[in-house]
Design a protein around this ligand. Structure first.
Ligand code: FER
Length: 277
């Protein structure tokens, strides 16, 4: 009898452990290949007046196939890294191809994707020294530009659903830090938040989530992903561990990889597939 119950508890422990290890999510082959048999969205450049910076600033906007047939669309704000600008995702990540393919297969809700320049300063080019203190500071200033200038502009210009349940924010590296800082810091504006390989600009978990119960209640999705060989993985891991310890539902996707677009494209594929449902 004793032996039976020992066996049973070992069995249960093995099963629980297997359940706890969610399989790593990896996009299927071809997810980022241009397909001529599916309808395509488009990418436009827009200019918006920034009261924060005092200039007219640029962003790229993906509108999905058949836009504006749906009526009103949810919006993802998608942020670049420390060496990038509003074109980094387009040049390195083929977001329009990934979204077109997902939408064609019914695996993503048709959405608008806004790719701004996340360096909120008059000269917002990466410049010769991408780590210059004023350039790094501008990534933080962008929170105000986003909330006060860009979002209002997008919501005036495009047919969008202007509520937190229909706004998402995500980004890669420096943009991942921004997405976590701005998203978790403004849960009345964003219900869907994703950080891919988030950088040292990511606030501490205690700063990001001062009130775990409130965050857990408001968030629809917190996505944290990183390559297992990325030198910056600790910023993702510490947030994941804090969330586990504080019962904050989240997805933690650690995949084989380094600090590059292979990981970020998978992040975009997985994250957008979960949005707005
Ligand atoms: C740093 C290391 C990396 C840092 C930022 C990064 C601000 C960002 C990397 C990226 O965006 O790819 O020390 O400090």
């Amino acid at each position: 009898m004793k032996k039976m119950s020992v066996l049973l508890s070992v069995g249960i422990a093995v099963c629980l452990n297997a359940w706890a290890q969610t399989p790593v999510r990896i996009a299927p082959v071809g997810f980022d290949s241009l397909r001529l048999d599916v309808p395509h969205g488009r990418i436009d450049t827009v200019s918006y007046p920034s009261t924060t910076v005092g200039t007219v600033r640029r962003a790229l906007v993906y509108t999905p196939p058949e836009f504006p047939k749906e009526g009103k669309y949810p919006v993802l704000y998608l942020l670049h890294g420390i060496g990038g600008d509003e074109k980094e995702w387009l040049n390195g990540g083929r977001p329009q191809v990934i979204l077109d393919n997902l939408i064609a297969e019914g695996k993503a809700v048709p959405m608008i994707v806004v790719m701004p320049n996340g360096r909120a300063m008059p000269d917002d080019a990466p410049g010769a020294n991408i780590f210059a203190p004023e350039k790094v500071q501008a990534f933080s200033t962008f929170e105000k530009d986003l909330l006060d200038d860009l979002i209002p502009f997008i919501e005036k210009t495009y047919p969008v659903r202007p509520d937190r349940g229909n706004r998402a924010i995500a980004g890669l590296s420096m943009g991942g830090g921004q997405a976590l800082n701005f998203g978790l810091g403004n849960l009345d504006t964003f219900a869907w938040v994703g950080g891919f390989s988030s950088a040292p600009n990511t606030k501490t978990p205690e700063e990001l989530i001062p009130n775990p119960a409130e965050t857990a209640a408001k968030l629809k999705l917190l996505w944290i992903s990183c390559g297992d060989a990325d030198n910056l993985i600790r910023f993702s891991r510490r947030l994941h561990e804090f969330c586990d310890a504080n019962q904050i539902p989240h997805v933690y996707n650690i995949e084989p990889g380094v600090h590059d677009f292979k990981v970020w494209k998978n992040g975009l594929y997985q994250f957008t597939g979960l949005l707005f449902r």
